[in-house]
Design a protein around this ligand. Structure first.
Ligand SMILES: C[S@@+](CC[C@H](N)C(=O)[O-])C[C@H]1O[C@@H](n2cnc3c(N)ncnc32)[C@H](O)[C@@H]1O
Length: 215
C-alpha cells in the first residue's frame, strides 16, 4: 500500500489543476445537489467537509448553512480553497489542515452534518473513520457520503493512493446501520463516462450518495 505521505504529495501536486479536470465541476455540482436533496440544509448548521480538496462541494453548501469546516490533509488543496475564499469574500468556510491522516480530534456531537466526497476510496480502513463520523455528529444530525460505486479499477489512471475500487453500498449501509444510523442510498447521482473499452464504448463510473441520519 502506498505510504500516506505519498498520498499527501499526490494531492498537493494535483491541487493547482484540480478544478480544471474535465467533468470535475459537473461531478461536484451533482454531489452538492444530491446532498441538498437528501438533507434539509439549515442556516444554523455546522458542517464538516472531510477531505474537502479545493472546496468545490463546500462552496455550494456554505450559502445554506452557518459554517463549513473544510478539512484536508493536503496543504496545497487548502491553499487553492483559501484563495477562493479570499477572492469571493466567503465568511463562513473555515479551513482546517489535518497534519496527518490519523483520526483528527473533533468533539463528540460537534457537527450537524458531515459531508465527504470521493474520499472513502482513498481510506484503507474505512470502518474506524465511519465510527468517528457518527461520534462527531449530533443525535439527529446527518452524514452524507458520495463516492464511486464498485468499478473495475480503471477509473484512476494512477492507482497509487487508491485503497478501494469503489465502495460496496450495501456494506456501507450495514456499517452505518450498526452505528445507529438510518441510511438511504441513491445510486448514479452522477456518471463519469471515459476510457473506451475494446468495442470503443466509454466505460461508465457511477457515483452514489449515502445519506445517513444519526438516530
Ligand atoms: C479525490 S479528492 C476529493 C476532493 C473533494 N472532496 C472533491 O470532491 O473534489 C480526495 C481528497 O481527500 C483528501 N484526503 C485523503 N485522505 C485523507 C484523510 N485521511 N483525511 C483527510 N483528507 C484526506 C485528499 O487530500 C484530497 O483532497
Amino acid at each position: 500500500m502506498r505510504r500516506i505521505t505519498d498520498l499527501k504529495e499526490y494531492f498537493d501536486k494535483a491541487a493547482v489543476y484540480w478544478d480544471e479536470k474535465p467533468g470535475r465541476i459537473e461531478m461536484t455540482n451533482a454531489v452538492a445537489d444530491a446532498i441538498a436533496a437528501h438533507v434539509e440544509l439549515d442556516p444554523g448548521m455546522k458542517v464538516l467537509d472531510f477531505g474537502c480538496g479545493t472546496g468545490l462541494v463546500s462552496m455550494h453548501i456554505a450559502p445554506h448553512v452557518q459554517t463549513v469546516y473544510a478539512a484536508d490533509t493536503s496543504r496545497e488543496m487548502l491553499n487553492v480553497l483559501e484563495t477562493k475564499i479570499a477572492t469571493l469574500d466567503v465568511a463562513n468556510i473555515k479551513t482546517m489542515h489535518l497534519e496527518n491522516t490519523g483520526i483528527p480530534s473533533f468533539h463528540v456531537g460537534q457537527f450537524d452534518l458531515i459531508i465527504t466526497s470521493m474520499v472513502l476510496h482513498h481510506i484503507a480502513s474505512i470502518s474506524p473513520l465511519l465510527c468517528h463520523f457518527v461520534s462527531w455528529t449530533r443525535r439527529g444530525g446527518h452524514i452524507a457520503i458520495a463516492d464511486l460505486e464498485p468499478e473495475d479499477g480503471t477509473f484512476h489512471t494512477d492507482s497509487n493512493g487508491v485503497s478501494h475500487n469503489g465502495i460496496d453500498t450495501e456494506w456501507l449501509r450495514s456499517e452505518l446501520t450498526a452505528l445507529g444510523c438510518k441510511t438511504r442510498i441513491s445510486k448514479s447521482i452522477f456518471v463519469t463516462r471515459r476510457n473506451p473499452d475494446e468495442s470503443g464504448t466509454p466505460r461508465s463510473y457511477p457515483l452514489f450518495l449515502a445519506a445517513a441520519r444519526k438516530e
